[in-house]
Design a binder for this molecule. Structure first.
Ligand code: SF4
Length: 412
């Protein structure tokens, strides 16, 4: 058996430049809804390049959150984390007589329900330490070290905590062992620690101290101020010059309502502690949140000015703003989304910060609304999506909210 990778826009496999016709099955990973149209486009290209019928399977965050819609496009959906069932999936693909539908995590049209699979113990599942590195995607950033899955917090908008629950982490000794093997086999000098609930892993400070003592650099994903209070001295030796926070909104009242109980003062205190060791601050915000009032957004400017007061340059304060997208399975699933006009108006609160020198990126509200229709939609939405792509090309998915079905989903 051989397994190789294809990427969007390339007609041959990355590893040995084989053509699609030489493969029997294709597996897709889709992290967020906006990639479904691209995957469908790729499937069409693969079909036209291959005369025989091949099998397709999809997994990832978005299919795990809403598998139904994906069955319109793929033969099977894998729901959850692959490790516990990977051997069964591979056996089923190799052996035509075996029943793929009986594999835990597999959802196919003939089944009425599905079961989400997850690894009970991260210590016992393998971590990639010797990757296949193609010339198209060399390692340029730190090598990813997965510390944890899930999150103990309960932000009402967050699909990650739902589909990756329960909160689990690798032990300190296992993490050290993996880190040593990665450094030995790849020669990298820097690791990027991964995990949505990373800040809450009890032995994270000890792990960071061990990395510093070993001379291994590290980068962190979005973290909480409470973690910074514990590790700010280590960060100056990490080699990183960027720290990321996700306050979601400048308003403490709204932040509490959406389930994130962190006060503004905690973000400011963390920034103060990092003012000498860190150059860049990344801040993730959302707009169009349930119960959001105008005064929640007008606080944006004064919130950001606090970071400037500690000496951070406006151009080094990177703001990423995305419209709130309701996701299936979350407490905010039925909240709907504001009309496009209102979201565009709210996006201007962020865009106008560019004039003051802040580094701002805003995810387009039109695409966010289309994502929400896929996130909440069922097989009917899948059929509609196919029609739109056939009629308007791959960007046809952006028209989903303009359809009667799409509009009714967003208006809940
Ligand atoms: S802290 Fe982050 S990962 Fe955890 S529930 Fe909230 S948004 Fe999700």
């Amino acid at each position: 058996m051989i397994a190789e990778r294809f990427i969007y826009g390339f007609p041959r496999s990355l590893e040995s430049r084989r053509l699609p016709a030489e493969f029997d099955a294709f597996a897709f990973t889709i992290p967020y809804e906006g990639q479904l149209p691209l995957a469908y486009n790729m499937l069409q290209a693969l079909s036209s390049a291959s005369s025989q019928k091949f099998f397709t399977i999809v997994g990832g965050s978005s299919p795990t959150s809403n598998p139904d819609i994906y069955l319109e496009f793929f033969d099977a959906v894998y729901v959850g984390e692959l490790e516990p069932s990977v051997h069964l999936v591979v056996d089923a693909l190799l052996e035509p007589s075996s029943l793929l539908s009986s594999v835990p995590g597999i959802f196919v049209r003939e089944k009425e329900s599905f079961q989400r699979v997850y690894a009970d113990n991260l210590n016992t599942i393998p971590h990639l330490v010797k990757p296949i590195i193609s010339d198209i995607s060399p390692i340029t950033e730190g090598y990813p070290l997965e510390v944890s899955r899930g999150c103990p917090m309960s932000c009402k908008f967050c699909v990650g905590r739902v589909i990756y629950s329960p909160f689990r982490w690798r032990s300190l000794s296992v993490l050290k062992d993996i880190a040593e093997r990665i450094v030995e086999s790849t020669g990298v000098k820097r690791l990027t620690l991964i995990g949505a609930g990373l800040s809450y892993v009890p032995h994270l400070p000890q792990m960071l101290e061990w990395l510093v003592n070993k001379g291994i650099g590290f980068s962190l994903p979005s973290v909480t101020p409470s973690l910074i209070f514990k590790v700010h001295e280590l960060i100056q030796y990490s080699g990183t010059r960027t720290i990321t926070f996700a306050p979601e909104t400048p308003s403490e009242t709204l932040r509490r309502y959406i389930g994130k109980a962190i006060e503004n003062g905690e973000y400011f205190q963390a920034a103060f502690l990092l003012r000498k060791s860190i150059k860049n601050i990344k801040l993730y915000f959302m707009f169009g949140l349930p119960d959001e009032r105008e005064e929640d957004l007008t606080q944006l400017q004064s919130f950001l000015e606090e970071f400037v007061k500690f000496g951070f340059q406006r151009r080094n304060i990177k703001i990423s703003a995305t419209p709130f997208v309701p996701k299936k399975g979350t407490p905010f699933e039925d909240e709907g989304m504001p009309p496009l006009k209102e979201l565009e108006r709210k996006a201007r609160y962020f865009r106008r910060l560019r004039k003051e020198g802040y580094n701002v990126s805003v995810y387009p509200p039109k695409a966010a609304r289309a994502q929400a229709v896929i996130s909440l939609g069922d097989k009917k939405v899948g059929k509609l999506l196919k029609l739109l792509i056939h009629k308007y090309g791959v960007k046809g998915w952006l028209k989903l909210p303009e359809t009667k079905l799409g509009a009714s989903i967003l208006q809940r």
